[in-house]
Design a binder for this molecule. Structure first.
Ligand code: BGC
Length: 364
């Protein structure tokens, strides 16, 4: 297996991000190699390999996959890999051994499953990358996700709008946070946001006082709140003893709340902070005018589409794909079905979740 070095991986993800920009939204159907003309038995085992429980969306996905697969008559084999990459590798291998016909993977590290995905394809399974793309492997058939580059763009736009709305006329002092560098999505979110923010840094509207503008400087290992909080503490004491901090790009809600905790502890005025995932505590924080924004990526819709893919594969039907060309994983273009993320701020929080069983009642 050829594995990207750090630079290679970054380049591959950058290529994905750049290509994502040209996505044309065309709808097409296609068949997966292993099942062409085929289908499989209705009570087949279906594997779902989930990463660590780094945000609420993954926990909800576990339940939805179990309910949806078992409810449709399949044998659901849904696993979390809280122990890390080697645990996830073992879980995917075990799914192959148990004869899974489809293996759905939300990878901890999209570059580290090459051997196991080859085993899966050799055994005739179809491999679907879920939420995070599987990189540098031939052995992935489909990708289903929210448009990650768009998520980043929406975060960048929200940060700018929030600053203009609430922090006077600028220039504005900001800091940049990114997700975990092993997650293929993290760089794509960051690049999407920087496509909006970089021109404003260049023209002086935004000032990153710490000077830490690279992805590598902004990352948060393991998407862990404590890592983001520690970096925020360091930034505040290093660069903001006499300057106000007006805004923070945060890639998700868990990290947004960690940044807000740090700012509160420092006794500073709260900055505009972005987020993602519509986590309960963050939606409440938006309603209390603390966190500025989140992204609604309804997990129910994403799992529902993954389940539709499984059912179509079982029936030997062609799969619906709406983005056949944008997602090159380094060695192949993976046919994708992308869903549209939606930005949520205090302005639309009361209407954004009306059909959500948990957030609907909270935001009424
Ligand atoms: C998901 C985000 C999530 C993050 C941490 C990403 O790959 O797309 O929704 O916040 O993982 O769990």
């Amino acid at each position: 297996m050829k594995v990207f070095g750090k630079a290679g991986k970054a380049a591959a993800v950058a290529a994905i991000a750049a290509l994502a920009l040209t996505g044309c939204g065309r709808s097409e159907t296609t068949t997966g190699g292993a099942t062409e003309g085929g289908g499989f038995e209705q009570n087949a085992s279906i594997g779902v390999a989930l990463p660590q429980k780094t945000s609420e969306n993954w926990v909800l996905a576990e339940k939805l996959f179990n309910d949806g697969l078992n409810g449709a008559g399949f044998k659901a084999d849904v696993q979390f890999a809280n122990g890390g990459v080697s645990e996830q590798q073992n879980q995917v291998s075990a799914m192959v051994t148990k004869g899974a016909k489809v293996i759905i993977v939300g990878a901890i590290d999209g570059t580290q499953l090459g051997t196991q995905l080859k085993q899966a394809k050799d055994a005739g399974a179809t491999v679907i990358a879920y939420d995070r793309l599987l990189l540098n492997t031939e052995n992935v058939d489909y990708y289903v996700a929210y448009d990650n580059f768009k998520v980043g763009e929406l975060q960048g736009q929200a940060l700018l709008e929030g600053l203009q709305e609430k922090k006077g006329s600028g220039p504005y002092n900001i800091e940049l946070f990114a997700g975990s560098p092993d997650d293929a999505n993290a760089k794509v979110f960051f690049d999407g946001a920087m496509s909006v923010l970089q021109p404003k840094i260049d023209d002086g509207t935004l000032k990153v006082v710490s000077g830490q503008t690279n992805f590598e400087q902004a990352v948060t290992q393991g998407w862990k709140a404590e890592n983001a909080q520690r970096r925020a503490d360091t930034l505040l004491t290093g660069s903001y003893t006499s300057e106000p901090l007006h805004g923070v790009l945060s890639p998700n809600d868990t990290l947004a709340r960690a940044v807000l905790t740090s700012v509160k502890a420092a006794g500073k005025e709260l900055p505009i902070v972005t987020g993602q995932d519509s986590e309960v505590e963050s939606v409440k924080s938006i309603m209390a005018n603390e966190q500025y924004s989140t992204i609604n990526k309804d997990t129910r819709k994403l799992v529902e589409h993954a389940l539709t893919m499984v059912k179509d594969l079982q029936a030997g039907k062609e799969l619906e794909i709406n983005d056949p060309n944008s997602y090159n994983n380094g060695v192949k273009t993976v046919p994708a079905y992308l869903l549209e993320p939606v930005i949520v701020t205090a302005e639309n929080v009361k209407t954004a979740y009306t059909d959500d069983p948990v957030l609907g009642p909270i935001t009424k």
